[in-house]
Write a protein that binds this ligand. Sequence first.
Ligand code: DGY
Length: 454
Amino acid sequence: MDERLWSAAAAVLTGNDAGGWTRAAPQLYPHQWSWDSAFVAVGWAHLSVPRALTELRSLFAGQWANGMVPHIVYDPAAPAEAYFPDAARWGTGVAAAAPDRPTSGICQPPVHALALAHIAEVADRARGTAGRPGVPNSGAAGPAGARGDVEAVDAALTELYPKVLAWHRYLATERDPQGSGLVSIYHPWESGTDNSPRFDAALARVEVGDLPPYRRRDTGHVADPAQRPSDTEYDRYLWLVELLRRAGYADDRIAATHPFVLKDVLFSAILVAANDALGRIAARIGAPAADRAAIAGWRDRGRAAVDACWDPRLRLCLDQDVRAATPVRCRTVAGFAGLVAGGDRRSELVAELTSPRFAGDPRMRWPVPPSTSPADPAFRPRTYWRGPSWPVLGWLLWRSLGEHPAAAALRAASLEQVRTAGFAEYVEPFTGEPLGSPDQSWTAAVTLDWLAAG
Ligand code: DGY
């Protein structure tokens, strides 16, 4: 165990702890982001099981009545100018379930059930090993503490299970009225991979109308604005927000009229993995058989649909652009969705992941997956999701690889990367330069999990 790296990662989480929830980053992202928060809970589990559970509870306090978990739950104490778009820009008051928790009006990939199942596993493991030296989160509070953690987990599972189920049901129905197994997104921000070339063609078709004026805040928090999405992209992002707001966040209206609708293959794959985890949780708490059948049905339907997105030429799974009725042909990390969903393309996808088109490019400082393949014409090594490697995505793929030998190599390379680049949001893949925000919570969180797995 690398104690120094462990303490440094723990210090990032405690430094970003806002008291029951964690800022995604100290300056750039001063609120609670949905998928960040789930990854962060994975890390917190190794420091404090109750704190990890609180992270998810705080996030779900912002859940909407229709089941949607919004992508940002705003800190009501932060000034409006702390982040743009601020809560008022979304105008979500009517749709939101808890008006005291201002939220955005879109969502992000559903990592939450994975986090919840992970916290339960950490607590179970610590109980089995309470007091054993060298085992993270073991015996810190003694055997009684470990027993208390399992009790806290059982209580939290019972409390959070219906909320997570409602979230998955929303995605499986409102976001997939066709029952295709693939989730529709209405905004690149919903993918979590905002300016990925995946969205270039669909975004280019969005005609910006009468956009209320705005001032970006994000570019002021990075060393070079070129590390962030462009102003042209931001205009379109904000126009899509405006359209969603005018549609009253009503899914049926949006599905019928919105100019940007994509079946997001990575989002859909994460939902498959999350349904797998939710199924285990449902069994543990003795949930009704009808729930368990629904969850298994969503999982199987999603897995088959992600596999069907396989493109034999690019050797990746591709998003489907609903408005253009075409697959999105580009090489990005989202193409490994089939690994995350656990379908039939595993060996082909591992071969592609380690090939010179991705982690095996000889120019890579460390053999970790870049967000966009250097072989893709849209590759930009310093620009957000257009090339830099994101440790958190490396963690997701590592976890999906399970016992495959490629997993150990990916973990070792990722740990080398954080030892050198620190807990950066993303990293220039050839030089190893840290980019975006320093002290990004989810980078620290996945580092804790990688270390705990050693
Ligand atoms: C950002 O501000 O870059 C976020 O990804 C949008 O949620």
